[in-house]
Design a protein around this ligand. Structure first.
Ligand code: 4AZ
Length: 238
């Protein structure tokens, strides 16, 4: 996160980090005791090979020894059928089913998905362990949180200039004051529309903190919300 501040992870008890072979990769959010919502590109096109992915809840800093009750392994994952990595990460969303549910009677808890179309300049909260500036060598080790504002699609495209990839209806753009932005490593993490509802997922952009809006997966898009509602009902509860 560029332009954010340090916050206590206990205030974001649905937030997880996703690791492959123990190495930090992405953010994500708990949407049921046994499911994590993240970006499809976090699975690197291998949704059939997720057994080496682990999910860590309530970790303030990436080097903190995780409590065993806050770590789970992936069992299987499903990527949106509309995911198109060659078309600028269209429909960049996936659900990871865990091998064992988290105990949500403790400190870990769930976020809802906000399927409503967002107001034009809505405030959103982004969070993660990604870089705090573009060309730094190492990940930020500890959780950062920032406020950003959604931009109307037309204004977003004007600000980007000529986007390398189309900004589709499965995406929205957002940026904060003083270029506050998500950075590499924040991918898959939630953009919250209120304290407990996920409106978007960090997906892509042109660097971070350069003044270009970041691009988020739009969970309210009809195709994404239709798929997600059915998948979550079928696979995440019971
Ligand atoms: C990335 O590479 C990435 N500024 C994530 C977010 C943004 C840019 C790049 C948005 O994961």
């Amino acid at each position: 996160i560029f332009g954010g501040e340090t916050k206590s992870v206990e205030d974001y008890p649905y937030l997880v980090n996703i690791r492959r072979g123990g190495t930090f990769r992405c953010g994500g959010a708990l949407i049921s005791p046994s499911c994590v919502l993240t970006a499809a590109h976090c699975l690197e096109g291998r949704p059939d090979r997720v057994r080496d992915l682990s999910v860590h809840a309530l970790q303030q800093c990436l080097n903190d020894a995780p409590a065993p009750e806050h770590v789970r392994w992936a069992w299987y994952a499903k990527v949106s059928p509309d995911y198109a990595p060659r078309r600028g990460l269209d429909a960049d969303v996936a659900v990871i089913r865990l091998s064992r549910p988290f105990d949500i009677s403790g400190k870990a808890s769930l976020a809802k998905i906000d399927y409503n179309e967002l107001p034009r300049h809505m405030n959103l909260t982004i969070m993660g362990w990604g870089m705090t500036e573009e060309n730094t060598q190492d990940w930020n080790q500890c959780l950062q949180v920032a406020e950003i504002q959604k931009l109307p699609q037309g204004e977003c495209i004007r600000r980007i200039g000529t986007p390398q990839h189309p900004v589709t209806g499965n995406m929205f753009c957002a940026i904060g004051e003083n270029a506050t932005d998500a950075c590499p490593g924040d991918s898959g993490g939630p953009a919250m529309s209120d304290g407990r509802a996920i409106a978007g997922l960090v997906s892509w952009g042109y660097g971070c903190g350069r003044g270009y809006p970041g691009i988020y997966t739009r969970l309210s898009s009809p195709r994404i919300s239709f798929w997600l509602k059915y998948f979550v009902a079928d696979h995440c509860w019971g």
